[in-house]
Design a protein around this ligand. Structure first.
Ligand code: SF4
Length: 378
């Protein structure tokens, strides 16, 4: 009997900076190859981090992993195959941007173990794409999905953003209709949030940015839920929708507290009760690994922190909070506390107890984060 585990690899490069993005990335591509070599070194140095468990999911994210040339991506893929037990691998996702997905590149990807693409489409409308400084056009977005399907990818996820200033409800619903027509298996959709230290964040600080109204963003979220359901998508997590149970296995493992190794600058790892994170600086990362040093820090999560994460992530999913699992992990008093804190939500039918799992009802999904924080331990 073995437990599941996953690997996340962060590729910290992008062609240009999207105005809303606060991920770790650089637009200086000249040391891409050195960084790939450093990632291969980190994979080698940390090959026993998960205790030689078979790897069930791999996710290469970023940044923009599809910015890697085939020979660069091959270095990562060959190292994974050499240093890890991939015999039980179920899902291997690569994040890609539409403008990188040429027929040649897709054919190459299809010849590798990668079996799922997560495409950063964000919008099918050129006005929104320009507003956010995305590197592709609406036409690229539509074409790349078709091209990927033509070469044989049958697990495709796309990202879409709502709550963009100037995005009307009608244009959002047009976006959704386009997405459904493309016959993708999975959609992740988030409300635009304005983070400090981004271009939008600075504009907001200087009063040069007008956010979309909360009411309109809520309407767009509701229309997403309703139209996705009508198109056959199940909302299995607040921001994630799957057809025919094509759940994102890697992310589902995160939400269920499964161990994972995160490799690359800024990547986080989790094993048992320990969380670690790599330096978010590409040069430092390359330098340290060149000296066989792991550029990471770690912390032991307190039981309260573990409980809070369990509540937060569990309530966002259709699987909810399994009380028997909570009892085993956190004890009887903690489960009594949880139920006391959620009592009012249960009486209001916002949460139901289904076979020992506390499950947030669809009408209350908007309130998930607030309900969860009410049940936190401080
Ligand atoms: S492509 Fe992705 S990671 Fe890169 S800047 Fe845009 S949103 Fe951020």
């Amino acid at each position: 009997m073995f437990t599941m585990s996953g690997i996340y690899i962060h590729i910290p490069f992008c062609k240009q900076a999207c105005y809303y993005c606060n991920f770790h990335f650089s637009t200086v591509l000249s040391y891409k190859e050195k960084l790939v070599q450093a990632i291969a070194k980190e994979l080698f140095l940390r090959k026993t981090f998960l205790g030689n468990e078979p790897i069930q999911t791999i996710y290469i994210g970023g940044g923009t992993p599809s910015i890697l040339l085939p020979e660069e991506l091959d270095i990562v893929l060959n190292t994974l195959a050499k240093e890890f037990n991939l015999s039980a691998l179920k899902e291997f996702t690569l994040e890609a941007n539409p403008d990188d997905l040429t027929p040649e590149y897709l054919n190459y990807l299809n010849s590798t173990p990668i079996n799922r693409l997560s495409i950063g489409i964000q919008s099918f409308d050129d006005a929104d794409l320009r507003f956010m400084n995305r590197a592709h056009l609406a036409e690229d977005a539509k074409n790349c999905v078709k091209l990927a399907q033509d070469v044989g990818f049958n697990q495709i996820s796309i990202d879409l953003i709502y709550g963009i200033p100037g995005l009307s409800l009608q244009r959002w619903e047009d976006n959704l209709a386009t997405a459904f027509n493309l016959q993708v298996q999975h959609i992740s959709s988030y409300c635009l949030t304005i983070e400090p230290k981004t271009v939008f964040g600075n504009q907001l600080k200087n009063k040069q940015f007008i956010t979309a109204s909360e009411e309109l963003s809520e309407q767009q979220f509701l229309s997403l839920i309703n139209l996705a359901a009508a198109a056959g998508f199940e909302q299995y997590e607040i921001a994630n929708f799957a057809k025919n149970k094509a759940y994102a296995l890697h992310n589902t493992q995160y939400w269920k507290g499964v161990n994972y190794l995160g490799v690359g600058p800024g990547a986080h790892s989790f094993c048992k009760n320990e969380r670690s994170w790599n330096v978010s600086n590409n040069n430092q990362y390359i330098k340290d690994l060149g000296n066989n040093i792991l550029p990471s820090e770690h912390e032991i999560l307190s039981l309260n922190n573990q409980y809070n994460e369990w509540v937060m992530t569990g309530l966002r999913t259709i699987w909810g909070l399994n009380l028997a699992e909570g009892l085993e992990k956190f004890g009887l008093n903690q489960m009594k506390y949880l139920q006391k804190q959620l009592q009012a939500n249960m009486e209001a039918n916002q949460i139901i107890n289904e076979n020992g799992c506390l499950i947030l009802q669809p009408e209350a999904r908007f309130l998930a984060d607030g309900i969860a924080s009410n049940a936190f331990m401080v």
